[in-house]
Design a protein around this ligand. Structure first.
Ligand SMILES: Cc1cc2nc3c(=O)[nH]c(=O)nc-3n(C[C@H](O)[C@H](O)[C@H](O)COP(=O)(O)OP(=O)(O)OC[C@H]3O[C@@H](n4cnc5c(N)ncnc54)[C@H](O)[C@@H]3O)c2cc1C
Length: 468
């Protein structure tokens, strides 16, 4: 099986990527994990760290990092989708603990990857969260900043960049300003996933690949050629959950697509900036994300579609028309890249929880533990949730298990909110995306009437609430 076209990141892995052997027998372990992405791998890592004698097996449909973990934009965020909603209700002290846990993710990943000799090109350059390209977006971004400060965060955590300050960090066409945070780094995602897999394996975790799990029932999972009985089973399948068990009602599979340019020369980088390699996004509602890779390429992505019925898309090719939208957005942001070659285009599937709030849960009665619904912000969050799942499974009372995103059996219903049935789900998603594109289009036209721009902004803000 060749994994050459998975992502640009897969192509940069030093090893030749080959599958590990499949599960071909019936075995018994303490913990069986489904999926060798970050969630499954970090959970195995922290379980082994706390209780080395545990027997753990990971069963993966393809190969480690084949899912979103080996394909993402590489933003290692000290933040997560839905954090405000979770934390705003807490007393001040607990809220501070929550933010410290989130901000501490980058230190934690740095510490573990250094200790375990996992080279994932981790670089801590912060992030420019949403540079405003149209005057109308300034208010929207400043509202976001005000909200962060109302939650108790300071200028040290999130601060406004004036037009001049933005220009010193990144030179985009018509950059009006943006929000800067130091709480972010960038990584090579596939190197982290592949390195973590090697690391847990060296600690005694068994990994079976090319072994899609077909059923999970009564503490037993089955693949085509084997089975595993376990006290605890951890579905860690995130965007693929639609294909497994009951989780599909709660986690929507959404595609995101990325392009990579050829390596840029120093004159091109001098024009663009990004000297400290911060991650960056623009303030459009289509959720764009980019980074300057360790080998000097521009990596740039944007959230994509949802397929009717929650089908997971497995094939992506640079020739697909959706990649042209990313290319146009990139060349519009950075006019100096007009003639730069796009060498790679790939996509992946992420999992969106109904209220955009990820969850970690464990039910000792059924032995099922799971985490996901990161909504495209799971690179860092999966580390935090892997630690949380380990504590939940070992039934430890800790700061992690006391966080509102760690659900006990009595609160599982609050964790898992159902998506609407089809066709409403598909129609809602389509309508929201159309409206976001309409808003972007209006903002880009100087001749468009101010009232139309205002109306579009108001409508999009209201529609955004539908997916919160
Ligand atoms: C294009 C893209 C860009 C993104 N950019 C960012 C970013 O810059 N920053 C950020 O924070 N987040 C980003 N994300 C989200 C982030 O990558 C994910 O939230 C994170 O990787 C989820 O990890 P996971 O282990 O939970 O899931 P995955 O990495 O998707 O792993 C799930 C694994 O389960 C396996 N599997 C599925 N079904 C079965 C089965 N039946 N049996 C066995 N195995 C199975 C899959 O093959 C897969 O390997 C992005 C996602 C995508 C798709």
């Amino acid at each position: 099986m060749s994994f050459n076209n998975v992502s640009f990141w897969f192509d940069t892995c030093p090893e030749q990527i080959k599958s590990r052997p499949a599960l071909t027998q019936d075995i018994e372990v303490d913990v069986a994990i489904i999926g060798a992405g970050y969630t499954g791998l970090w959970t195995a890592y922290y379980l082994k760290q706390q209780q080395p004698e545990l027997s753990i097996a990971i069963v993966e449909a393809e190969t480690a990092g084949f899912g979103a973990s080996g394909r993402n934009g590489g933003w290692l965020m000290g933040a997560m989708s839905g954090e405000g909603k979770y934390l705003e209700k807490l007393p001040e002290e607990d809220k501070r603990t929550g933010f410290d846990l989130l901000f501490g993710i980058i230190d934690e990943v740095h510490t573990v990857t250094t200790r375990e000799d996992i080279d994932c090109d981790l670089h801590r350059g912060g992030a420019i969260y949403a540079a405003a390209r149209y005057p109308e977006q300034i208010e929207f971004m400043q509202d976001y900043l005000r909200h962060q400060h109302q939650l108790g965060l300071t200028e040290e955590d999130y601060r406004w960049l004036s037009r001049g300050e933005l220009e010193q960090k990144i030179r985009i066409r018509n950059g009006y300003g943006g929000v800067y945070t130091p709480h972010c780094g960038v990584i090579n995602p596939a190197k982290l996933a592949r390195g973590l897999a090697r690391c847990v394996e060296s600690k005694g975790v068994q990994i079976f690949e090319q072994s899609p799990v077909q059923t999970v029932d009564n503490r037993c999972l089955k693949t085509a050629q084997g089975s595993i009985k376990a006290n605890v089973i951890v579905p860690a399948t995130e965007g693929f959950s639609a294909e497994l068990m009951d989780i599909k009602k709660y986690v929507l599979p959404v595609q995101s697509l990325i392009i990579a340019t050829e390596p840029l020369d120093s004159a091109q980088w001098a024009e663009i900036g990004l000297d400290q390699r911060p991650a960056f996004s623009d303030a459009g509602r289509l959720t764009t994300y980019g980074q300057r890779s360790a080998d000097g390429r521009m990596i740039f992505g944007a959230r994509g579609g949802y397929i009717f019925g929650g089908k997971v898309r497995h094939q992506f090719s640079l020739q697909d028309p959706e990649f042209r939208l990313r290319e146009t957005l990139l060349r519009d942001l950075f006019p100096s890249l007009q003639n730069t070659r796009i060498t790679h285009g790939w996509g992946g599937t992420l999992g969106m929880a109904r209220d955009m709030s990820p969850f970690a849960l464990f039910d000792p009665a059924t032995g099922i533990a799971s985490a996901g619904g990161y909504g495209g912000e799971g690179v860092g969050a999966s580390n935090l949730f892997g630690r949380t799942l380990a504590d939940l499974i070992l039934q430890r009372d800790s700061d992690l298990t006391r966080m509102p995103w760690a659900f006990q059996p009595s609160t599982h219903r609050q964790a898992l909110k159902r998506w609407e049935p089809e066709p409403f789900r598909w129609l809602t998603y389509k309508a929201i995306l159309q409206c976001f594109s309409w808003e972007d289009d209006l903002y880009s036209k100087q001749s468009a009437a101010a009232w139309r721009k205002k109306l579009a902004g108001m409508l999009c803000s209201k529609l955004s609430l539908l997916i919160e």
